[in-house]
Design a protein around this ligand. Structure first.
Ligand code: PLP
Length: 441
């Protein structure tokens, strides 16, 4: 099944000769058509898509409600640029998000195009509000590929390469890591030390954190850590930015990741599943902070594009009118049970972790040393694709396979994904070479 055919080969040759090599594609296939949790490549091979555009398609590919909303908007006005003149879908979407995230408090929103742009703007807003320079991010955090984004990102490679100098006044603290014995208490102690040795808290504008590290390895932040971080940032007048770009819109079994911790962030960044496949991101937050930048300080030609706002409105209809979050809980439990079962079967799986339907399996050379095995993870990913399942990797060592299936995936879809993953691991075990250790991709 899924043998590469001539159209794939032709496109692969064209890609190699026309597209910059800095763009790495996880799977050497070209997709022609998509629907729900499935995609078809140019040679007619069908795949269960548990990468979902890296967590963009929580409502599934080409949902008819979204397609209809975008078509309607396309025939009315597709692009105006909010800095030139307003349009209703932008304002209506801001009102809905302010209500959903603000929960009764006075909130404001600004729309941008990509996740990285939302991050950039959240930092600008926090600096304008506090009049301080410093920003604290976390090791293993991922916040995008713009220069500020990669500076905030807590990975050395491949994101940083020789792209420096990087943005000044960015500091990194360790993120708790239960699997490797790094507790919430040790992370808080490290933060205290950072305040004592590198930057005093009254010079810090913002702390930025993912509720579950996405690209960093699907590490959920412990609730006591997030609550302590909320207390500490409030005490020092630091803006707490929660990056919900990957965790948002039901992925973790609640509408937003921060809902697990009983805390309220000051600013929330969202993108990915916000607009069901169209490029849209936002910063949503408390009015006093959001209104700190003077008029003209925020914006972007495509930010809050009318088609994307219409798509996002349709996404919110699906969440408000449906069962998507409950579905994430159910499918997440099924997937977790299945992965834990596979962990019992294969010693190559060192850990299974995540929240809701945001789950991953970490591959290690052995369970004692926990030495990362990125080559094995690669083999599993490729073997899974050959059997009809698309998944991608994560983790600073690229030894973790993550599952980001659409929340509309059925019980049968998840069972099929688990069956294929099992077979992919079995065949990778057969051809296993010694682990390559700490090699980033
Ligand atoms: N923040 C998080 C948590 C992400 O997962 C990502 C993308 O994977 C980003 C920021 C950057 O988003 P984008 O790739 O749309 O710039």
């Amino acid at each position: 099944m899924n043998a590469l055919g001539s159209q794939t080969d032709e496109l692969a040759v064209a890609r190699a000769s026309q597209v910059a090599r800095g763009l790495l594609t996880a799977h050497p296939i070209f997709i022609e058509r998509a629907e729900g949790a499935r995609v078809w490549d140019v040679d007619g091979n069908r795949y269960l898509d548990f990468a979902a555009g890296i967590g963009v398609l929580n409502v599934g590919h080409n949902h008819p409600h979204i397609v209809a909303a975008v078509k309607r908007q396309l025939e009315a006005v597709s692009h105006m640029c909010f800095q030139v003149a307003g349009y209703e879908p932008y304002v209506a979407l801001a009102a809905r998000l302010n209500r959903i995230i603000g929960r009764g408090e006075d909130y404001r929103s600004v729309f941008l195009t990509t996740g990285a742009e939302a991050i950039e703007n959240a930092v600008k807003i926090a600096r304008a509000y506090t009049n301080r320079p410093g920003v604290i991010a976390f090791r293993g955090g991922f916040h995008g590929r713009t220069l500020l984004g990669v500076t905030l990102t807590g990975f050395a490679q491949p994101y940083r390469q020789n792209f420096g100098p990087f943005a000044p006044e960015i500091y990194h603290a360790p993120f708790p890591d239960t699997y490797r014995g790094w507790t919430a208490a040790s992370s808080l102690a490290a933060l205290d030390e950072l305040f004592a040795t590198e930057i005093a808290p009254d010079r810090v504008a913002a702390v930025i954190i993912e509720p579950v590290q996405g690209d960093g390895g699907f590490n959920p932040a412990p609730a006591d850590f997030m609550q302590a971080l909320r207390d500490l940032t409030s005490r020092h007048g630091i803006v707490l930015i929660v990056d919900e770009i990957q965790t948002g819109f039901g992925r973790t079994g609640k509408m937003f990741g921060f809902d697990h911790f009983n805390i309220r962030p000051d600013l929330v960044t969202i993108a990915k599943s916000l607009a069901g496949g169209l490029p849209l991101s936002a910063v949503v937050g408390r009015v006093d902070i959001m209104n700190a930048p003077a008029p003209g300080g925020l914006g972007g030609t495509y930010g809050g594009n009318a088609l994307a706002c219409a798509a996002a409105g349709a996404v919110l209809d699906l969440f408000e009118g449906g069962e998507l979050v409950a579905q994430a809980v159910r499918r997440g439990e099924q997937l977790r049970d299945g992965l834990v079962e596979l962990q019992r079967k294969y010693s190559a799986i060192g850990d299974v972790r995540g929240l809701g339907f945001m789950l991953a399996a970490e591959f290690v050379v052995d369970r004692w040393t926990k030495m990362p095995d990125p080559q094995f993870a690669d083999a599993v990913m490729s073997n899974a694709r050959e059997r009809g399942l698309l998944v991608i990797k994560c983790g600073v060592h690229r030894n973790i396979v993550r599952f980001l299936g659409p929340l509309v995936a059925t019980e049968r879809d998840v069972a099929e994904a688990l069956r294929i993953f099992d077979a992919a691991i079995a065949s990778s075990v057969t051809s296993r070479k010694p682990g390559s250790g700490n090699v980033a991709e």
